[in-house]
Design a protein around this ligand. Structure first.
Ligand SMILES: C[S@@+](CC[C@H](N)C(=O)[O-])C[C@H]1O[C@@H](n2cnc3c(N)ncnc32)[C@H](O)[C@@H]1O
Length: 192
């Protein structure tokens, strides 16, 4: 065996995405960035599914729109130039999956990062929108101050959710230092 079996937070998130989604699924990308996750979600939900994606930066919406157009996936995605804190207002339906990849736009302005206040609001809304059996995935980067605040909030929130309603998992390499990226996977119970 010469391959790594233990994989990064982002890799694990991708694996859960693939497990959760099928033809006709409904998903939200809460942080579209350059559209890599949005495109992957759009492929997974197929022509009869739909993806709703959010970003506060016009550059992200534009880059994602172009990526989707090139891939021929534009008609199964709705892009919102808006904060994910408006998720409940703009996507008022039961969701199979919501993904958050927190932090800043790769190659973009590092000062425009996700902020605890809106992350908190959006994650709570995402949990309330999940269908029974639906999942929220949150990748978090505690190597910068706002990322650490987000991590502490997420650990506290997910630790406090009633196990009758949610299963909550944190993926963390314990010997990689306290700044190692995390992936949280939270699945709503089937009978919740
Ligand atoms: C790490 S990047 C996401 C990368 C993306 N998932 C991809 O595949 O390319 C985080 C993104 O969150 C966006 N963001 C920051 N605050 C936000 C908010 N309140 N609502 C939605 N997006 C936000 C940033 O503009 C940035 O593009």
């Amino acid at each position: 065996m010469s391959e790594y079996i233990l994989r990064s937070a982002r890799y694990v998130a991708r694996e859960y995405m693939e497990k959760m989604l099928r033809e006709g699924s409904i998903a939200v990308d809460a942080t579209m960035g350059n559209g890599h996750d949005t495109e992957a979600l759009a492929q997974l939900v197929g022509p009869s599914g739909h993806v709703y994606a959010f970003d506060v930066q016009e550059a992200a919406v534009q880059a994602t729109g172009e990526r989707l157009a090139q891939a021929g996936l534009k008609d199964r995605v709705t892009l919102f130039h808006a904060s994910h804190a408006r998720m409940k207002e703009l996507v008022p339906c039961a969701l199979d999956l919501v993904v958050f990849n927190l932090g800043w736009l790769p190659g973009g302005d590092k000062t425009v990062t996700t902020l605890l206040s809106s992350t908190e609001e959006a994650v709570r809304q995402a949990l309330s929108l999940l269908r029974p059996g639906g999942m929220a995935l949150v990748c978090c980067y505690p190597g910068h101050p706002e990322g650490r605040r987000e991590l502490l909030f997420l650990e506290e929130l997910f630790s406090s959710l009633p196990p009758q309603q949610f299963n909550c998992l944190e993926h963390n390499f314990l010997n990689a230092g306290q700044d190692a990226p995390r992936c949280f996977a939270v699945q709503k119970q089937l009978n919740a």
